[in-house]
Design a protein around this ligand. Sequence first.
Ligand code: UT7
Length: 322
Amino acid sequence: MRSIVLGIGSYLPERMITNDDLAKTVDTSDEWIRERTGITRRHFVAQGEQTSDLGVAAALRAIEDAGIEPASIDLVIVATSTPDNTFPATATAVQRKLGLPIGIAFDVQAVCAGFVYALSVADAMLVTGRARRALVVGAESFSKILDFNDRSTCVLFGDGAGAVVLAATEQPGHVTDRGILATALAADGRQYDHLFVDGGASSTGTIGVLRMNGREVFRHAVQRLAETAIEVVAKAGLRMADIDYLIPHQANRRIIEAVGKRLDIPADQVVVTVDRHANTSAASIPLALDVAVKDGRIKEGDLLVLNAMGGGFTWGAALLRW
Ligand code: UT7
């Protein structure tokens, strides 16, 4: 059995915030943000718009793209660090808003690596027959956990969602067949303090705001993103030169370029959307993937590596034949 992608969709909230907009209230500049990160704008949720709403909008597009009956989805996984509520899982809110019948639904919390984690968990459940059709969503409202007095973090993030519909299918099992060929996941809790939110249900009883040691995260990100991509390609017995597109987590253009260089993947085979979306955490990979599929770059049969790294630290990659 192999998990193949039947459809993909994404959604950005309407409200678009430029660097200049931020510079009106934050001690920063368009020039600094562009130079250090490559970001020019991001989208923020509207008043009352929740993470599940973003996830549902992306999911509806993915379901339409897949051309399936929504009721055939028996597994919903939402990767998010900004859930609607502490509980129930945002996945159950998505399930309810989509009008889905009884199935398995839960959230995965691996921050920016969340989508790759969720994809890997869904794949494991599909290939072992625990479910037949999965909706995997990455959805975030990071604007709700930013400290707008901290210019070193508040300019970096945005809101949005992306989703894929996966199906368990019987395949001959070759690397030339469509579907998820391999995944790799890892975490290192010793790095917990470099990127975290300073609140939570059992610590402060508040939501908290994002805190980051940017330089330390940058250093680890380049290393982990490269190493996890190498691992996943090796697992399938392939070489980096076989890759058609790298779809890395979108945190900083400089990180993405450094990873592309380390992996020896030409710049035109690395998908970059951080300029338009900023860092949307668990939503960044499906958002970027959707852009590259819809603009015609990624075609059926292409070999893709998705790789991400985030708070925890957590990191991982997925190798898939589109
Ligand atoms: O998904 C994983 C999550 N996060 C990441 O991957 C982010 C990883 N880290 C980064 O992308 C970079 O470290 C940052 C973009 C966060 C920072 O870039 P940097 O080149 O490492 O800058 P820096 O932190 O060394 O700061 C350089 C200067 C400092 O001023 P001084 O001390 O040199 O006078 C900062 O105060 O830039 C200043 N600065 C700013 N200036 C204008 C920091 N943020 C800003 C800002 N606007 N927004």
